[in-house]
Design a protein around this ligand. Structure first.
Ligand SMILES: [Zn+2]
Length: 308
């Protein structure tokens, strides 16, 4: 990156790691850093302090090395009040409640810090720099440890009244389905997240593999791995059909580790989607694999830092 162009730091906080990159106004990415951090194990009163320590330790070395960085944008798995900016809660970290993460980090880093829901920012990144440009609306899904959903409506991020819109991972898609971490059964993420794929394979084979290994096996023709991925695609198609019937959004993009198996997910996804649409929507919903190599979250965080 040109040292004279304005740059920000985009940070994407995931279930098991924190990914950071320097980004300029054109969405060009410079130096990156990747830190292993399992924040989901945090609990109780020390959680806020630990989140602050972990994020500061990941961010500070890059700020020291690149003094041209003017702000930090962070996508975090949490629900944010759009008036106060407070993190109301985080689905994976019960100890965090009404947490002023942006303000607390701003004091430590001495730079403007902007924090927003990770899936909403991934949607923003995809909307601005993704495969299809010039859209007015976009629904974006990230298939990771869980399933995140983000929505851009008429060019703007839509988070709902309390920052909890598009919790598509908890859309009920299977009657009498598997038990979800949210306490309900049959949620999308119990079938189509990386965790679900890994769990499904373990239950039927007795072998514990991660989603990436299962995708590889499927590509080599392993029947169980293929069946599990096709099932994941099928349930994604069901959920997307229900979402677009509510929203009439015509473009959907999908990112996250599991989306690497696109050619295996897409046929059943597409079939389940078309079957469940109302006739006027059939053939009009475009679902594509993210073209950003999982940088949607980092880019969205950077856009948010530039524009807030
Ligand atoms: Zn659920």
């Amino acid at each position: 990156l040109d040292i004279n162009t304005p740059t920000v730091l985009g940070v994407d906080v995931g279930g098991t790691n924190i990914r950071l990159a320097i980004v300029d106004t054109q969405g060009e990415i410079g130096e990156r850093s990747n830190q292993q951090a399992d924040l989901s194990q945090l609990n109780g009163q020390g959680a806020a302090q630990c989140v602050l320590d972990t994020l500061s330790e990941a961010i500070l070395p890059l700020l020291e090395k690149h003094p041209q960085i003017t702000a930090v944008g962070i996508g975090f798995p949490g629900f944010f009040d759009n008036k106060t900016g407070l993190m109301i809660s985080s689905p994976n970290i019960p100890g965090l409640r009404d947490f002023a993460l942006a303000d607390a980090l701003h004091k430590r880093l001495r730079l403007p810090v902007h924090v927003q829901n990770d899936a909403s920012l991934a949607a923003l990144g995809e909307f601005r720099f993704g495969a299809v440009q010039g859209l007015s609306s976009l629904l974006h899904l990230t298939l990771g440890t869980g399933i995140g959903g983000g929505l851009i409506l008429n060019g703007k991020m839509y988070g709902g009244d309390g920052g909890m819109a598009m919790e598509i991972g908890h859309m009920h898609i299977a009657p009498e389905g598997r038990i979800c971490g949210c306490g309900n059964t049959g949620c999308l993420e119990t079938y189509a997240s990386a965790t679900a794929v890994s769990q499904g394979y373990l239950e039927q084979s007795g072998k514990r593999l991660n989603a990436q290994q299962i995708c590889l096996l499927a590509e080599q023709g392993n029947q169980l791995a293929l069946t599990i991925l096709e099932e994941a695609g099928h349930y994604l198609g069901r959920a997307i059909a229900e979402a677009v019937k509510l929203l009439d959004v015509r473009h959907v993009s999908i990112s996250g580790g599991l989306s690497q198996a696109w050619s295996l997910l897409f046929p059943t996804l597409s079939q389940a989607l078309e079957e469940r649409l109302i006739p006027p929507l059939r053939g009009r919903i475009h679902v594509c694999h993210s073209a950003l190599n999982d940088d949607a979250g980092i880019l969205g965080a950077a856009i948010f830092a530039f524009e807030e």
